[in-house]
Design a protein around this ligand. Structure first.
Ligand SMILES: Nc1ncnc2c1ncn2[C@@H]1O[C@H](COP(=O)(O)OP(=O)(O)OP(=O)(O)O)[C@@H](O)[C@H]1O
Ligand SMILES: [Mg+2]
Length: 336
């Protein structure tokens, strides 16, 4: 199983997509974890509803699979409005954006995923749309060209990104609500797995759910994927229940270790140790040596390895920690 398949939704077929949808919580109440984010949003949503106004624009950022898209759906649901969904790279021309904006009704949510990949020219149109709910567009060419002023209903833009650093300052500053999504705790992931097991009609013991949670790299999407794969092992081995032992042995076969590190994570750490004495190393060198996209390493591998204390950031680059040496069973070099 590759990294992409664990953390991306884009490889799903229709049937898998339907299951994926049924796993998504719909209300803030069902949405597990991210308590700080939820508590803040609860207040803002209630205030907007009381004032009968559109909710302020929301920016959600954090590593893939932590529930940004899900939270956007939940917000629209709680506001009781329509959600129109698109992605940054799919809006190529000003006309694409105008078409989307002109369909919005008062109070609606427009969700733009991967908002850091919006073309610059489109981003500039968004500024006035977000701030004052109008757009000025140029129609015609040459001497016929003239600006058309286009008023919009008040709406809520929800932007999601795995790379907040890539967002321009003017765009970022137009979001009134900016929320950073954190990795989930083992307890939260255990609850998510138990809920998903019910939806999928599989039986998982408490210990089995906890074993899966421990190895899910703090990420609900990974938790759900691992649950589905281990369900396959249970079926093939004629086991009615996923217990701790089955979960552990299946995950070992999937090469997901007991800290949730996958092959790429381990390859990254091992490469840094073997070729660079543990660093410091820049992102670019990491990517070249692994044959991976720099963006993937920055958004997927690095945040989890930092959070788990296997990598450390220094002014000169990333450094492997003694904890990582120990985890990989490589002796830590004595001080020079
Ligand atoms: N808080 C949560 N409670 C329960 N399940 C969740 C939660 N957050 C996410 N999930 C599950 O994890 C899956 C992935 O979440 P989602 O697609 O929202 O992640 P994302 O942050 O948008 O990822 P990406 O950056 O790749 O777009 C969802 O299908 C959902 O089932
Ligand atoms: Mg998403």
């Amino acid at each position: 199983m590759t990294q992409d398949k664990l953390t991306d939704d884009q490889f799903l077929n229709d049937q898998e997509a339907a299951v994926e949808k049924s796993l998504r919580p719909q209300t803030l109440q069902q949405y597990i974890g991210q308590d700080r984010v939820k508590n803040e949003l609860r207040v803002y949503i209630k205030a907007a509803l009381d004032r009968q106004e559109a909710l302020d624009h929301v920016l959600l950022y954090g590593p893939p699979g932590l529930g940004k898209t899900t939270l956007a759906l939940v917000i629209a649901h709680e506001l009781n409005v329509n959600l129109r969904s698109t992605t940054g790279p799919s809006i190529e021309k000003a006309g694409d954006l105008v078409a989307i904006l002109s369909e919005l009704q008062a109070g609606d949510v427009l969700f733009i995923d991967e908002i850091h990949r919006l073309p610059k020219s489109i981003e500039e149109i968004l500024y006035s749309a977000m701030e004052d709910f109008y757009i000025d567009i140029i129609v015609g060419q040459g001497s016929d060209a003239h600006a058309v002023h286009y008023p919009l209903p008040p709406f809520t833009l929800i932007g999601a990104t795995t790379r907040a650093g890539q967002l321009s300052a003017p765009l970022r500053s137009r979001f009134g609500i900016v929320e950073h999504m954190n990795f989930y705790t083992e307890a939260e992931l255990t609850t998510i797995i138990q809920r998903s097991a019910q939806v999928l009609a599989v039986v998982v013991s408490d210990e089995g759910a906890h074993e899966l949670a421990r190895r899910s790299r703090g990420t609900p999407r990974v938790a759900n994927r691992l649950l589905k794969r281990v369900r396959d092992f249970a079926q093939v081995e004629n086991q009615e229940q996923i217990d701790q032992k089955l979960a552990a042995s299946s995950l070992d076969q999937l090469q997901v270790d007991d800290h949730g590190l996958d092959q790429t994570d381990r390859k990254l750490l091992t490469m840094m140790i073997e070729l660079y004495q543990g660093g410091p190393l820049g992102l670019k060198t990491m990517a070249v040596n692994l044959g991976e996209e720099q963006e993937t390493i920055e958004a997927v591998n690095e945040p989890y390895l930092l959070q788990q204390g296997f990598l450390k950031r220094t002014p000169r680059g990333r450094v492997v920690t003694p904890k990582a040496y120990e985890h990989l069973g490589i002796p830590f070099p004595k001080g020079e």
